[in-house]
Design a protein. Structure first.
Length: 268
């Protein structure tokens, strides 16, 4: 299927007060399951549509069950409308079952704003987009990752050991991400970006599906046009759970988003 723009796969159709119908896209999936960052970006769009501020700046989503590709319903409830920030509860349901619940904070990001201090983040990667390796839609375990035919996701050569069957053991993946048709990143697609990369545990040991239990995304700035640079890093694997952190820089090298997630995993 030809690539479909992120703005199209997160489109909302009004269906009553603070309620929308959506179509969960069959190609923005991993082994047939919709990507969690994609779904959270969709919920962020609903929050901005209902609340008094146009940009999601924080989203924390809990995944109760994975929706199937196809029709779903999204509802948003304004919990507090403030002058500079507002909070909303957003839910995605399918067949009357609650699939995802998120708390979203919205505000208005100033495109002219500059960081006051930014030394707490890790360093971005150094390899160019052209020198990085694009991931195919069939991963090394033979799992169909259809979303890779939608986006352009590239891994830096030093992070590509898992693709050669030689993971480094560092538990980190560095690379680049571009949306279909050269679409510019915005606050909604930055929420997707913090969950776009393969699990950083691939750099430790290859596994099957690593389902997200909870995802938190922070959107800090309006990104410059162009692809974004991403660092996905595993922090702790214990009790069949892994927590990972992600940082996203725009084409100018500015940190524009970050995130954390807790996911299930089976190793060994």
């Amino acid at each position: 299927m030809p690539p479909v723009a992120f703005s199209d796969v997160t489109a909302l159709t009004p269906d009553g007060p603070a309620r929308f119908t959506v179509d969960v896209h069959p190609e923005w999936t991993i082994a047939g399951k919709p990507n969690g960052g994609y779904l959270t970006g969709l919920l962020g769009r609903a929050a901005a549509a209902v609340g008094p501020h146009e940009h999601p700046i924080a989203a924390s989503a809990h995944f109760l069950r994975s929706p199937e590709p196809g029709p779903a319903v999204v509802s948003a409830e304004l919990l507090r409308g403030g002058r500079s920030a507002s909070q909303l509860r957003v839910q995605l349901r399918q067949d009357d079952q609650l699939c995802i619940e998120a708390l979203v904070t919205t505000s208005v990001l100033d495109p002219a704003a500059k960081p006051y201090w930014a030394d707490g983040a890790p360093a971005a990667g150094t390899a160019s987009l052209e020198d990085s390796i694009r991931l195919p839609s069939l991963n090394p375990l033979g799992v169909k990752v259809a979303i890779m035919d939608q986006v352009d996701l590239r891994i830096e050569p030093d992070s590509f050991g898992f693709g050669r069957g030689e993971p480094s053991g560092r538990g980190e993946l560095r690379g680049w991400l571009a949306l279909p048709h050269g679409e510019a990143f915005d606050p909604f697609s930055l929420i997707y970006a913090v969950d776009a990369f393969p699990p950083a545990t691939f750099d430790i040991e290859l596994t099957g599906w690593v389902p997200t239990l909870e995802l938190t995304a922070y959107v800090r700035a309006i990104p410059a046009p162009g692809p974004v640079r991403v660092l996905q890093k595993a922090q702790l694997i214990e009790g069949q759970r892994v927590d990972e952190a992600c940082w996203v820089w725009d084409s100018t090298g500015r940190l524009v988003a970050s995130g954390t997630q807790l996911a299930g995993i089976r190793l060994g």
